[in-house]
Structure formats: structure tokens, C-alpha cells
Write a protein that binds this ligand. Structure first.
Ligand code: GLY
Length: 570
């Protein structure tokens, strides 16, 4: 695995200076020599390739990959969840984000996860149907097919339907995730029966079939959104949820709609970073952090000092996440200010290049983790791109499947700030901007991202809860240093999210010498017991006419680069 070494970082700044003058505003018009798909599961990558080879474009392939992941990686994402699809359309050079994030049902209330004494009941926001937001992924898939795809939705869903019908084989990752949520699933035997197999343990090499999910996908493919949000499936969803204490109504399903949002664009030393806007916090946090980094002449610094400065930029940017960010349809976010270089200058003013700033010394907020979630990247032979990060939130979401649907519901409601400054499952805090309200989308960290210079196009993202943003940042810094996707997805990971006031890092992510250096600067350190993240990335080097793709070595994913007849795609 790659160290974030002095040589790497030094190369970064030489590279940046060289490319500063040639960064393009809209990316190249050339076409890639090959297509590529990188996702968290070989069967999902194969589904994307199958659809591209059948004449679909990157958007059709994204439908196929997302639906296949819903089948084989139910702990990460699914049609009971939501997510963000970042799209680049080669024909007109446009970038957009399809926001298919879940929404709070209309009966949701500010204090719905607090007891009579005002204490937060975590179980309510994590397990069972009360934890579930109204799913957005089905509407997202329909929207992609209707507005961007070339094939019929039913055709793009076919590989996933086959996987759900014939089953898939349990591997180590599934087995581990199932073990993690086995206890919670015990309260919902119907869920356990689907996902834990005959003996309730999801044994290695066991085959998991999902006939109800296959049927729901089939109906979705035939009828579009009405096949999921209305009719028999819609009725079963609402009945199943309400039967177990949930609060969904048919009206909530009828009201669900995706929103196209303008991506955040960050210009960092010659790289154009196109990324997720609110209700993701990813773009704003990265804009603040990269704008802070731009205030420093990093080139003469040692690698250790640079790492410290990157951590301090994360601390400050995540502080603002907690205070200002939420669903832009419900709260006024001072977006222009937050992403402006002038604001970053004020944030950088008290950043010591030698000493950690205690989070409590930053302006107070008031008064008012992970491997779940999934990311995949697609590039077709015309240069259309998709970076999609999708989620059911915690592994296996709310561990609840409404009877007769096969749809595993999300527990994305836990991404709201259920009580001011009370950490959620990822230790993230927030205030009014991300409070629960009917019809509101919970703030997310999902950060699907494109990178553009004159010569290169990158596509990347990862799951990982609050750490998604810092992982994508580290991936971008590695791209900037001239490395290829294999290196971005392998780079050692560290993270600061303002509170708790500690530098988290993955197992073996920092050498003891690097740890000592950070401690000397006043940082608290916390080593994770495991590696984290599951990044899947593609690089199209336009100058060299070369496509590379890589899947995170920490996961079980697959990256595939292949020749494809351009004439068959649009
Ligand atoms: N559920 C993870 C996220 O949206 O950040």
C-alpha cells in the first residue's frame, strides 16, 4: 500500500505547478479509447459491462451497477435507500447531480428519537421502520433511464433481476457485515430469513436468493416509479412499515421526487474538482479544506507538516459542516461564503503549521463511521461519466423488510441531528440546520467526485460515513501528485472531523514516527481497529489515450477496463 510520503507530496507540488497553466474549464472533447467500470462487487462490475456491451451508455450502466449492488451488497445500498449520482454528459459537457437522497416522512417530528426526558434513543433511529426515510434510489434509477439513458429501464435492470433470482455466493465481507448486524436482525425474523440463510449465520459460500426483490425490480422495470411508489408494492411498503410502528403513508411515497442539483466546483491549484453539493456535505467541506490549503505554500514543508496542515484544514471544514449544513430545500446555507477563498483565508488565519488547534478553541457552535454505503465509477467510450455513492446508511440499514417486497429499508434518519450536538452513529454532531423536519433530506457525507485537468479525467468516491470526505480528499491529493487510481484507492487514510477532537487513522495508517510527530504538535490520536473505506476509481489520461481503473484493496470489488464499439453507444 502506498504511503503519503515526502516524495509523493513533493511530486504533487511540482505536478501542480506544471499543470496550473493548462487546466481546462470544461474538460477535453476527446473520447476515451476504452470504457471502464469499478464497483464494490465483481457481479456489479460485470452487470455494468454487460449493459455497455449491449449498447447502453454510462447512465444505463450506472442503473445496472446500482441495482446489482442492491442485490449482492445489501449491507451497503439498495432500492430501500438513496444516494447521489454525479453525471457528466459528453455531448454537451454538462455536469449535474441527481439527488436521490431519502426524505423524512411527513409525520416525522423534531424530537421523534428522544424519550420523555429528552434523551436520545439510538435504537429508534437505527433499527426498525421508524428509522427509515422514504427511499430515493428507485426514483433515481427511473430518472436516469428517462432522462439520460439509452436503453429501457427493464433492460438495464435485467442483470440484477437475474442475480436476485439465481442468487449470489456469500464471501468474507458479506459474512462479516451480517455478523455485525445479526443481533439487530434477530428482532426481525423475516429479514434474517432473507439475509442470514438457513442457519441464521450467512455462512461462507452459502447462496442467497431474493425472489421478492427480483419481483419488485421486475415491476419497477415495467412500470417505472409507479411500480415501486404506488400499486401493490407501494401498498406493501406502507402496510409493512406501519405494522411495525413506522409512520410512512402512501402520500409520502407519492410525494417522493429526485432533484437535479448543480455540483460544487472547486479550483485547487490547476485541478477542477466537480463534486457533491448539499444535501451532501462533501463538496462544501472539501471546498473549505482545499481553499484553506491554498493559503499555504506547501511545497517547502516537510511531509509531516503538510499532513498536519491537511488535518487542521479538515478540522475547520468539518466544524462548519456541523453548524451550517443541511437540506438546501429546507435551510438557508451561506453557500457562497462557505466556499469562497476569502472565507478560507479567515479560517487559515489561526492555523499554526506547528501546533494543533483544539477544536474547543474554534468559534463555538450553538445553541442550537464505516464500511456501509457504496460507491461506483463508470466511464463509457464517448466520455460520459458517472460517479455514484449510494447508501442504506448503517450495515443492512434498518434491518427491516416490509413483507412481500424484498426491499431492505434504510436507516438514513440517523443522519439527521436528532438532538443538538449529540453525535450520530458516525460521531458527527449538528444543530438546527440538520434537525429533523417533515419532507427534509438528512445531511450526507457522500461525495461522488470528478477531477479534470487538461490532460486527465478522474472519477472517484468511497463509502465510509463521516470519513468519506477526508478519504476523497486524500485520493484527490494523490491524483494531484500524479499517481494512478491504484494508488488513490490504496493511500493510507487519516481523518479529523472537528468533534471528537482527535485524528482518526486506519489500522497501520501512520507509522510510529508519524504518530509521534502529530502527538508533539498537540493532536490526540485514535487508531481504528480496522482499515476503512472502499474506493472505486477511474482515470482517463487524455494525453496518453489510456484508461486505468482500480478497486480498493481493502474490499472485494472489481475494476474492469475494456474495449467497446463506440458506434453502439450514444
Ligand atoms: N449514510 C451515510 C451518508 O449519507 O453520509
Amino acid at each position: 500500500m502506498k504511503q503519503f510520503s515526502y516524495v509523493t507530496v513533493a511530486a504533487l507540488f511540482i505536478y501542480l505547478n506544471v499543470h496550473l497553466a493548462v487546466a481546462a474549464a470544461s474538460g477535453p472533447a476527446a473520447q476515451p479509447p476504452q470504457a471502464a467500470v469499478a464497483s464494490a462487487h465483481p457481479a456489479a462490475t460485470a452487470a455494468g459491462r454487460e449493459i455497455l456491451e449491449a449498447g447502453g451508455n454510462a447512465f444505463d450502466a450506472a442503473i445496472a451497477v446500482a441495482a446489482a449492488l442492491a442485490v449482492v451488497e445489501p449491507y451497503s445500498s439498495g432500492i430501500g435507500g438513496g444516494g447521489f449520482f454525479l453525471l457528466h454528459r459528453a455531448a454537451d459537457g454538462s455536469n449535474t447531480m441527481v439527488d436521490a437522497r431519502e426524505k423524512a416522512p411527513a409525520a416525522a417530528t423534531h424530537d421523534m428519537y428522544l424519550d420523555e426526558r429528552g434523551e436520545f434513543i439510538r435504537d429508534r433511529s437505527l433499527n426498525g421502520p421508524l428509522a427509515a426515510g422514504i427511499p430515493g434510489t428507485p426514483a433515481g434509477l427511473v430518472y436516469l433511464a428517462d432522462h439520460y439513458g439509452r436503453l429501457a429501464l427493464s433492460e438495464s435492470l435485467a442483470p440484477a433481476i437475474k442475480l436476485a433470482t439465481n442468487g449470489f455466493v456469500v464471501k468474507a465481507r458479506y459474512h462479516r457485515m451480517a455478523g455485525f448486524r445479526q443481533k439487530a436482525m434477530a428482532a426481525y425474523p423475516a429479514t434474517a430469513a432473507i439475509f442470514l440463510g438457513d442457519d441464521g449465520r450467512a455462512d461462507l459460500d452459502e447462496v442467497i436468493t431474493q425472489p421478492d426483490l427480483a419481483n419488485t425490480l421486475r415491476v419497477l422495470g415495467k412500470q417505472g416509479a409507479a411500480g415501486f411508489y404506488a400499486g401493490e408494492i407501494g401498498e406493501r411498503l406502507v402496510a409493512g412499515v406501519r405494522d411495525q410502528g413506522g409512520i410512512w403513508t402512501q402520500q409520502d411515497l407519492d410525494d417522493y421526487a429526485v432533484v437535479e442539483r448543480e455540483p460544487i466546483v472547486i479550483n485547487y491549484r490547476g485541478i477542477r474538482i466537480i463534486t457533491a453539493p448539499p444535501p451532501s456535505s462533501g463538496g462544501v467541506v472539501m471546498a473549505e479544506a482545499f481553499n484553506i490549503l491554498s493559503q499555504f505554500d506547501l511545497a517547502p514543508m516537510t511531509a509531516k507538516t503538510r499532513r498536519h496542515v491537511v488535518i487542521e484544514s479538515m478540522r475547520r471544514a468539518y466544524r462548519d459542516r456541523a453548524e451550517y449544513l443541511g437540506d438546501p430545500d429546507h435551510v438557508d446555507i451561506p453557500l457562497t461564503r462557505l466556499v469562497s477563498p476569502a472565507y478560507a483565508k479567515t479560517l487559515a488565519a489561526d492555523l499554526s503549521t506547528e501546533r494543533a488547534t483544539p477544536s474547543t478553541d474554534l468559534r463555538a457552535i450553538g445553541p442550537e463511521k464505516g464500511e456501509d454505503t457504496t460507491h461506483f465509477s463508470v466511464l463509457d467510450s464517448h466520455g460520459n461519466r458517472v460517479a455514484a455513492t449510494l447508501s442504506v446508511n448503517y450495515p443492512f440499514g434498518a434491518v427491516f423488510v416490509p413483507a412481500g417486497t424484498g426491499v431492505l429499508l434504510n436507516n438514513e434518519m440517523d443522519d439527521f441531528s436528532a438532538r443538538p450536538m449529540t453525535p450520530n452513529a458516525y460521531g458527527l454532531v449538528g444543530v438546527a440546520a440538520n434537525a429533523i423536519a417533515p419532507g427534509k433530506r438528512p445531511l450526507s457525507s457522500m461525495t461522488p467526485t470528478f477531477l479534470e485537468t487538461k490532460d486527465q479525467i478522474g472519477i472517484l468516491g468511497t463509502p465510509g460515513g463521516s470519513r468519506i470526505i477526508s478519504m476523497v480528499m486524500i485520493g484527490i491529493l494523490d491524483f494531484a501528485s500524479g499517481n494512478k487510481p491504484e494508488s488513490w484507492v490504496s493511500a493510507k487514510r487519516y481523518h479529523h472531523q472537528y468533534l471528537p477532537d482527535e485524528v482518526q487513522f486506519e489500522r497501520d495508517g501512520l507509522t510510529s514516527d508519524e504518530q509521534l510527530d502529530l502527538k508533539r504538535r498537540g493532536h490526540q490520536l485514535k487508531e481504528n481497529s480496522r482499515n476503512y473505506g472502499n474506493m472505486h476509481a477511474i482515470l482517463w489520461d487524455v494525453a496518453k489515450q489510456e484508461v486505468n481503473a482500480a478497486s480498493d484493496p481493502r474490499g472485494e470489488g472489481a475494476a474492469d477496463v475494456f474495449d467497446i464499439a463506440r458506434a453502439s453507444q450514444r
